[in-house]
Ligand binder design. Structure first.
Ligand code: HEM
Length: 513
């Protein structure tokens, strides 16, 4: 009886108030469904270029080229292995994009997604790392350059041929160790930089991490939470962290013990700066130091090695460049009594140009400035970019755009050197002026995006550029290089997805002078 009464009452109320009920229901529906529909519409308004993720894997660079050639001043969508929709944005918008705060465009969230952080359990965005690179490493370079170059010279002596006969060298394997040792001298200190446990970790952690990321990317999303923790490469990553912790702890303990002495002098390296910043970044324990060291190796060792490898392949393919670059290095060092000071490195202008041209023609990736959109925003052309997608700039294709670079198909070792010399004569209103302003290896700009752009542009590039110059300068001073017999062309790079990787098994000939 009571329930009948309630029913009658409800019925009556609904009859009386149906307009209010209907409006409320419609408003709720609109609030739930409309944003999704609008997001889809905003995305649909952006033209899609290329096919699905598998065709992207084979021909990613062509997809970027196709999109850029059609929509150079606007936006287009592509499909890659990424989970989120990708909107490729013209570099003409970089000026406005770089002003957007991190809670609109997030570098960290983009890295988390591309590195499958959720499933590897390895944090990809660790604020202590860029902080220490910016506040510790870069300002210290002026005083640390001679220390880095000592380690470069010594590691090259240990790794490269020591006779005047031509010898075949798998230069990738050698460079990995040279870069790991020279970087390690500053990252982890003199105690460990030549220790095989550190060298193994700093070189192979990146390979293990990327293997885990690729495996997870090709596992269906619904299976990932179940499968990822038991995947052998994921388990290996956690073993690597434990191993690094084990070889690092005694060094950290010894430093803390030594610091009790009144005349103790703190080591001038990244390990020490990280130890000093533990409290600031709320480190729970010393294991964080091991994670940070592996994180820095991930950012630094392979990126630096691959760039240097590209430079060696260019030299070997065109040994006529060697005498000109050698003279550039000799002249710069003559003014500093042979010491790799900041001034000497800056004066190696032809070498600087050759290296920048190497990155222009052989960038490591087709895209740069990858950011996750956390809040909708509108570009100055009126295009709404909805939250939830990834934006990126087609940097690799900008590098070969004839409207940006003269004769972009040519490898011109002195392209940027000549620009720097002619700098005064440029008309500041032209596009070329922007390229000229960014004509140093280390500089970033809208036509020079290999180190990224904006507030998250690579903070390690000042260190990387110095180190690469030291390695190339030392090679030019002490070695002749050329292609092996029968290798007429430059050793080609492998392109897959958005990446371009120099052949890790390529061999060149080297002889000691
Ligand atoms: C030739 C070598 C290198 C290349 C090509 C390179 C390239 C890049 C790129 C493209 C980014 C992303 C920038 C953006 O999206 O705007 C980046 C970020 C970063 N790089 Fe490098 N990098 C190199 C060497 C290094 C080295 C040697 C270090 C450390 C000493 C380093 C530390 C970092 C860090 C910490 C970030 C993240 C920045 C942030 O979180 O704001 N990189 N790098």
């Amino acid at each position: 009886m009571a329930s009948q009464e309630v029913y009658n009452r409800l019925h009556h109320e609904l009859e009386e108030r149906w307009p209010v009920v209907a409006i409320t229901a419609l408003t709720l529906l609109a609030a739930l469904v409309l944003p999704g529909l609008m997001k889809t519409n905003h995305l649909k308004a952006i033209p899609l270029v290329g096919g699905g993720q598998f065709s992207f894997l084979k021909g990613g660079w062509d997809v970027y080229a196709q999109g850029y050639n059609k929509f150079k001043k606007s936006t287009f969508r592509i499909k890659s292995a990424r989970k989120s929709p990708i909107v490729v944005v013209s570099p003409v918008f970089l000026g406005e994009l770089k002003k957007l705060p991190d809670d609109v465009l997030s570098f960290a969230k983009s890295v988390d997604e591309s590195m499958q952080t959720k499933y590897t359990g390895v944090e990809a965005d660790v604020p202590a790392i860029p902080h220490v690179v910016k506040t510790g490493l870069t300002p210290a370079l002026v005083r640390l350059n001679p220390t880095i170059s000592d380690e470069v010279v010594e590691s090259m002596r240990m790794e490269l041929p020591q006779t005047s006969n031509w010898e075949e060298v798998c230069i990738n394997d050698k460079l990995l160790r040279i870069v790991a040792m020279a970087s390690g001298r500053i990252f982890i200190g003199p105690e460990l930089c030549r220790d095989e446990r550190y060298l193994d970790a700093s070189i192979n952690y990146t390979i293990d991490l990327m293997t885990a990321v690729h495996l997870i990317s090709f596992t269906p999303s619904w299976l990932r939470p179940l499968v990822a923790p038991i995947l052998p490469p994921v388990r290996k990553l956690h073993r690597r962290i434990k191993e690094a912790d084990a070889f690092l702890r005694p060094v950290v303990a010894a430093r803390r013990e030594a610091a009790k002495s009144p005349d103790y002098q703190e080591p001038d390296d990244m390990l020490q700066w990280l130890m000093n910043s533990q409290a600031k970044f709320g480190a729970k324990n010393d294991k964080e130091l091991a994670k940070n060291q592996l994180g820095i190796s991930f950012a630094a060792i392979h990126t630096t090695t691959l760039t240097t490898l590209n430079a060696f392949y260019n030299l070997a393919a065109d040994p006529s460049l060697v005498p000109m670059l050698r003279e550039d290095v000799q002249q710069a060092l003559a003014e500093t009594d042979g010491v790799f000071t900041n001034i000497a490195l800056q004066n190696m202008k032809k070498l600087d140009s050759f290296l920048k041209e190497t990155l222009r023609v052989y960038p490591l990736g087709a895209a740069s400035f990858q950011r996750m959109v956390l809040k909708d925003f509108t570009l100055s052309n009126g295009q709404v970019i909805p939250a939830g997608c990834i934006i990126e700039v087609p940097s690799g294709i900008v590098n070969v755009d004839p409207e940006v670079h003269d004769s972009p198909e040519q490898f011109d070792a002195l392209r940027y050197y000549n620009m720097r010399i002619a700098k005064g004569e440029q008309d500041s209103a032209t596009k070329t002026a922007e390229v000229v302003a960014n004509s140093q290896f280390v500089s970033v700009g809208t036509s020079s995006l290999t180190f990224g752009y904006g507030r998250h542009a690579c903070p390690g590039r000042f260190f990387a550029v110095n180190e690469i110059k030291m390695i190339m300068a030392t090679a030019l001073l002490h070695y002749d290089v050329k292609n092996v017999e029968g290798q007429e062309e430059r050793i080609p790079n492998w392109k897959f997805g958005s990446q371009s990787i120099p052949d890790s098994k390529g061999k060149i000939l080297m002889r000691k002078l």
